[in-house]
Design a protein around this ligand. Sequence first.
Ligand code: ATP
Ligand code: MG
Length: 600
Amino acid sequence: MPAGLQRTAPMAWDVIHKTAHAASVTPLLADYASARRDFRWSDARAQLDGLSGGALNIAHEAVDRHAAGTRAHKVALRCLARDRAPREVTYTQLRELTDRFAGTLRSLGIARGERVFVLSERIPELYIAALGTLKAGCVLSPLFSAFGPEPIKARMNLGSGAVLVTTPTLYRRKVASIRAELPTLRHVLLADDGSDATDLLQQPGVHLLAPLLDAAAPAFAVAATAPEDMALLHFTSGTTGKPKGVVHVHEAVVAHAASARFVLDLHDDDIFWCTADPGWVTGTSYGIVAPLVLGVTMIVDREEFDARRWYQLLQDEKVTVWYTAPTAIRMLMKVGADAAKGCDLSRLRHLCSVGEPLNPDAVVWGQQTFGVPFHDNWWQTETGAIMIANYASMDVRPGSMGKPVPGIDAGIVRRTEDGRVEEITAPDTDGELALRPGWPSMFRAYLNNEERYRQAFADGWYLSGDLARRDADGYYWFVGRADDVIKSAGHLIGPFEVESALMEHPAVAGAGVIGKPDAVVGEIVKAFVELRAGHEADETMRRALLGFARTRLGPAVAPKEIAFIERLPRTRSGKIMRRLLKARELGLPEGDTSTLESGA
Ligand code: ATP
Ligand code: MG
C-alpha cells in the first residue's frame, strides 16, 4: 500500500440536506451522534429472543419469534411469479414450512453442521429451504441460479455440500452433468417448477421436495445452536479474483438486525424490497434475514431486472423501503424517466444502494425521480452486514458512502515500510479502509484458507482491501479497490472518480477505468465507455469525452485513452470487472470468470 496521498479538490456536488420535518416517518436513527455514542452490541443482542442456555439461532429470530407473537398472521413474504401473481406466506405459515423442511433434513439423516446448498430462482421454496436449514442447525450456502455447472461444482466441493435444493429444470441443465463429481452430495431436493421430474427421481438420492414436506412433522424443535456455530457460507463476488468462501456464524444476526434498523430504517409497517439475489451476500443478510428478524413484510420478485416491471412493482406492491444496487440504478437512468410515467411511486420513502460505488449523479437522480436520494452504503461478504452508510436522518453528500454504523469502528490506515499498520488521522488522505475486529457478523474464516484469513488482520485492524478517505466531518469516500487503483506519474488514481466524471456526460451510460502499463509514467488511465442509445461511438464523441474528462478532472487524472464498448463485463451482482477489462486489453488470461454475467 503506498503512503497516503493528500487531496486538494473537494467533490463538487451539493449536499442534500435533511431536515427533521422533511421525513414522513421519524427515522429509527434520529440523531447519528447520539445513536453512535449510546450504542452497545449487548443491547442489540438483548432485543433478540435467544434460546435457553445462551443458544442463538437465526431462524428462530427471523420466524418463530414472530409466529409466537403479535405478528403471527402478518405476511412475511410476498413472492411474485413471472406474471406477478403473488404467493403470500405469513409468519405462522413460514414457521410450519421451515419446521417441515428442518424435519425433512433430519429424516434424510442430515446432521447439524452439514452444508445445504440452494440453487434456485427466487421462489418461496428458496426461502423455506434457507430458513429451514438454519433451524436444523445446518449451514446454508445459497448459489446464483444463473451459475453454470463449473462454478456450482467448485463451490459445492469447496463447501462439502451434503444437500442440494434446486428445481428439476436447473438440475437437468446444470447439475446432472457434474453429479458424479460431487462426492459429498447425498441428497437432491427438487422444488416443483411445473416440469416433469419422473426420470430424475430414478437417480439415487433425488427426491421431490413437496411430498417430503407434506410427510414431515409440522413442528420441529429448533436446533440450539451456539452463537459461534457456523450458519452461512457465502462466496465473494469474484470481482478481483477467484471467489473466496466466507464463513459466518449465528451471532451475525445481531448485526443484521441492528444495521437494518439503523440504515434501512425498517419500521413495523414497512413493505421492503431488496432486489439482490441470495446468491450474493446482500440477498441473504438483507433479502432474507434482517427484514424478517425485524418482522416486516418483504417482497420477493422471481424475475431479473426490467425497468417497466420494477416501476410497476414498486407502485403496485406499495414498496416503502427499497434496497438495490448501482448497476440497477444506472440501468434505470439509461432507460430514462419515461419508463416510470404514470406510476405512482409516492409510497417510497427510503432508498438504499450497495455493491459498488454509487456515482453522485445517481444519488441526485434518485432525489429528482423519487423525491428521496439513494443512500449509499458499504460492506463486503466478509463483514456480513452494512459497515458504513448514509442514514435517513443525515445529510447526504453525493458520492460519499457515509459514516460508520453505530457499533462499528472504522479507520483509514497505511502499511508502513516495516510491515506495520498505522492509522491515518489527517482528513482527506487516501489509505486502506480498515475496521476494528469484533462486530457480530465479522467473518470467522475463509473456508479452507487459514493463511489468507490471517493476512486480513494486522495490528488490531481488519484490512478491507479497499481504498478510501475520510473528510474532516467524518464522511467516508470510496477511492477504489487496492487491486484496481492506478498509479500514473506519481499520482494515485481511483477508477471510481474517473468513472463518475465520465458518467456526468449525457451520452455516457457506463464507464470502466483501468491503468494500462506505460514505460514512461507507469500506468496511463484508460476508460471503456458504454454509450446511451442514440449516440454515435465515433471519433468526435471520443474527442468530446476526452475533453470533457480533462475539464472535470485535470490532465493528471483524466483518461488518456477512451474505447467504446457495447457492454462492460460485470459480475452477476452487477459489479464492473476491471480486472477483465485489463486482461483483455493486455491480451492476458482472463482468470476466474465463474461469476461473470452471461454474454459480457
Ligand atoms: P472479490 O472479493 O471476490 O473480488 P467482491 O469484493 O466484489 O469480490 P463482495 O464481497 O460482494 O465481493 O463485494 C464487496 C466489495 O464491493 C467491497 O470490498 C467494495 O470494493 C465493493 N463495494 C461494496 N459496496 C460499495 C460501495 N457502497 N461503494 C464502493 N464500493 C463498494
Ligand atoms: Mg472482496
